[in-house]
Design a protein around this ligand. Structure first.
Ligand code: ATR
Length: 295
């Protein structure tokens, strides 16, 4: 058992299931290395008990929660306040204790930006293709707009979801940078049009679907070789396996490929910073990253 005393402050995770979460490893290592007296526990909470869990956590003095699937939207109604960007994304993954209740934040979005910066990926003025239009893709589109990329193409199996996502963020940011197509459409003509608008030839691809996740490790949402010839950097938001089929294909065609572990790490780092007010150095983040990678 970790060593606790009467001054230990509690942090936790609300989700269902939570048994495979890496968040306890992230936060216990951050607290240990920062010499801070926090304990972090994962709570499996059923949706119908979520209101009680938030209220009970507040009554018990819990300093902060992470929130994961399936509660990221649902939890918003039980909060005293929601940060503007989290409200825009429509999902909260971090609760911070305030005088009146918990305030909700979304650290997935800035977590992706911090992870990409950590990996030395420059986004400003680049073209980004996002595969997928679900919750993760939503945070990724918002992140790319925040990073002031030149253009974003959202590709999804269900084109309606991609169109809605593009329209939503174009309106919110007063832009027309976000376009959408189905995997089955001739999306190359859209890419080529975007290329000719800015005379840029290489793309950053963010893989934000669940295709290729363990145990379906041989699957890949994009099979076409022509696609990978356009991609200089492939960022798969999947963590398991560490090297996905998508990453293999990016590498085979000469691009750099990354998995989703750093996004997970940095959304946790940003949550820890919100809870404690302490800035986590890249040096400490690297130490925790190695622990996650060897877990
Ligand atoms: P998350 O919150 O992880 O993004 P989600 O909101 O359920 O989860 O979204 C999953 C994404 O993976 C969606 O873009 C989904 O495509 P659809 O909108 O067409 O459902 C995509 N996805 C899941 N399984 C897929 C498959 N077999 N082929 C293509 N895309 C798939």
């Amino acid at each position: 058992m970790i060593s606790t005393n009467a001054q230990t402050k509690l942090l936790g995770l609300l989700g269902n299931p939570v048994g495979h979460s890496l968040s306890p490893i992230i936060h216990s290592n951050l607290a240990k290395n920062c010499n801070e007296n926090y304990a972090y526990l994962a709570f499996a909470v059923e949706t119908q008990k979520l209101a009680d869990a938030v209220k009970g956590g507040y009554a018990l003095g819990v300093q902060g929660f992470n929130v994961t699937v399936p509660h990221k939207k649902e939890v918003m109604q039980y909060l005293a306040d929601v940060d503007d960007k989290a409200a825009l994304i429509g999902a909260v993954n971090t609760l911070v204790r305030t005088e009146t209740g918990f305030k909700g934040y979304n650290t997935d979005m800035p977590g992706l930006l911090r992870a990409m910066a950590y990996d030395g990926i420059c986004l400003k003025g680049k073209h980004v293709v996002i595969l997928g239009a679900g919750g993760v893709a939503n945070a990724a589109v918002c992140a790319m707009l925040e990073a002031d990329v030149a253009g974003i193409l959202v590709l999804n199996r269900t084109v309606q979801k991609a169109l809605e996502l593009a329209d939503y963020f174009n309106r919110a940011y007063g832009t027309d940078k976000v376009r959408a197509a189905a995997f089955s459409d001739d999306f190359y003509s859209v890419m080529e049009k975007m290329d000719s608008d800015d005379s840029k030839q290489s793309w950053i691809a963010i893989q934000a679907t669940s295709v290729g996740m363990y145990p379906n490790v041989t699957q890949c949402v994009m099979e076409d070789e022509k696609f990978y010839k356009k991609v200089a950097v492939g960022y798969d938001l999947i963590m398991n396996p560490a090297v996905t089929m998508f990453m293999k294909r990016v590498k085979q065609s000469g691009g750099e490929a990354y998995n989703g572990v750093r996004m997970l790490l940095f959304q946790g780092v940003l949550a820890y910073e919100l809870w404690t007010g302490h800035k986590i150095s890249d040096e400490l983040a690297t130490k925790v990253l190695h622990i996650l990678e060897n877990n």
